[in-house]
Design a protein around this ligand. Structure first.
Ligand code: UT7
Length: 323
């Protein structure tokens, strides 16, 4: 049986850090409000001329170095992003060229904040079906470019960044004790479009548009759907919450993260939290958090790691990985 096994991970954050206090100088907000409601203390913002592909490339290079591979070893890049460099071609092809990967396929995937778990699921399916052998899954965003900086209800919540993992198809026994991706679960509900969307696009307005969100509504759906999907993915793998070593959730709001951790009965130290430092980086948030916990020594080979995320669409999902 073929398993998609993680070979390495990497991440990159733009140099410029913007604190809550810095935002409070420009708009009616405060460090206290932002921290109390979300847990966010700061975010990284891309420099002028620094694009999603630049962040993605740096994360991808670091993931390859961590895996001991180079671009020529890859035959698939799935880049999850809602903020591509251009309307087309796929930003993944820009990264493909820069990595010196001249075979296989590279494409973008759009599932906003759930993009990374969607990307992991798609790459895993392609590996299992023989369409790819070694795959890079990247989540990369420059959300600062689609924020309405006059809307304090949204602009304080997001940041820019990128993270990536390398997966390789390996033959194995296929039990839940073996390394690799054990199970995935994906969902979307297009009826919830109006609570989180961007009010522009090439076909509708010919503009890029700005992010619009009814935060309270999204919050309610997030709490309910995250609890359900983590239960679903554990059930698919025949495992229970007590088996989880690490929960690596989408980093939108500390209160949503805490709620999922509590419902799973997990000790807080088993939940990886980076929302304080990175804010919500959409598709990049899970691989950024993963990379943080792998590189600081928390997540080790063989640990049962649960990823979950939800965002515009609404779209949500979870992946269970024996790291
Ligand atoms: O990644 C995609 C998924 N997204 C999410 O998961 C986001 C989910 N939602 C949330 O995280 C929260 O709903 C928010 C953090 C967005 C908002 O928290 P909330 O507790 O739901 O606050 P609220 O939107 O109901 O706003 C409460 C008050 C309002 O004032 P009034 O009407 O009570 O007088 C807002 O005008 O806070 C005000 N407010 C602010 N005050 C200071 C809104 N934004 C700000 C701000 N600074 N930046």
């Amino acid at each position: 049986m073929i398993r998609s096994v993680v070979q390495g991970c990497g991440a990159y954050l733009p140099e410029r850090i913007v604190t809550n206090d810095e935002l409070a100088k420009k708009m009616e907000t405060s460090d206290e409000w932002i921290q109390q409601r979300t847990g966010i203390k700061q975010r990284h913002i891309a420099a002028d001329g620094e694009f999603t592909s630049h962040l993605a490339l740096k994360a991808a290079e670091r993931a390859l170095a961590h895996a001991g591979l180079d671009g020529a070893d890859l035959d698939l890049i799935v880049l999850a992003t809602a903020t591509p460099d251009e309307t087309f071609p796929a930003t993944a092809t820009v990264v493909q060229k820069a990595l010196g990967m001249h075979k296989g396929a590279a494409f973008d995937l759009q599932a906003v904040c759930a993009g990374f778990v969607y990307g992991v699921s798609v790459a895993d399916s392609m590996i299992k079906n023989g369409l790819a052998g070694t795959a890079m899954v990247i989540g990369a965003e420059t959300f600062s470019r689609i924020l309405d900086w006059n809307d304090r209800g949204t602009c304080v919540l997001f940041g820019d960044g990128a993270g990536a993992i390398v997966l390789k198809g390996e033959q194995g026994a296929g039990t839940s004790a073996d390394r690799g991706i054990l199970a995935n679960a994906l969902h979307s509900d297009g009826r919830q479009h109006d609570i989180l969307y961007v009010d522009g696009g090439p076909s509708s307005t010919r503009t890029t548009g700005f992010l619009r969100m009814e935060g309270k509504e999204v919050f309610k759906h997030a709490v309910v759907n995250m609890a359900a999907v983590v239960g679903e993915v554990l059930g698919k793998a025949g495992l229970e919450a007590k088996d989880i070593d690490w929960l690596v959730p989408h980093q939108a709001n500390k209160r949503i993260i805490d709620s999922t951790g509590r419902k799973l009965g997990l000790a807080p130290e088993k939940v990886v939290v980076t929302v304080d430092k990175h804010a919500n980086t959409s598709a990049a948030s899970i691989p950024l958090a993963l990379d943080t916990a792998v590189k600081d020594g928390r997540i080790k080979k063989g640990d049962l790691t649960l990823l979950e995320g939800i965002g515009g669409g609404l779209a949500w999902g979870a992946s269970l990985i024996r790291w």
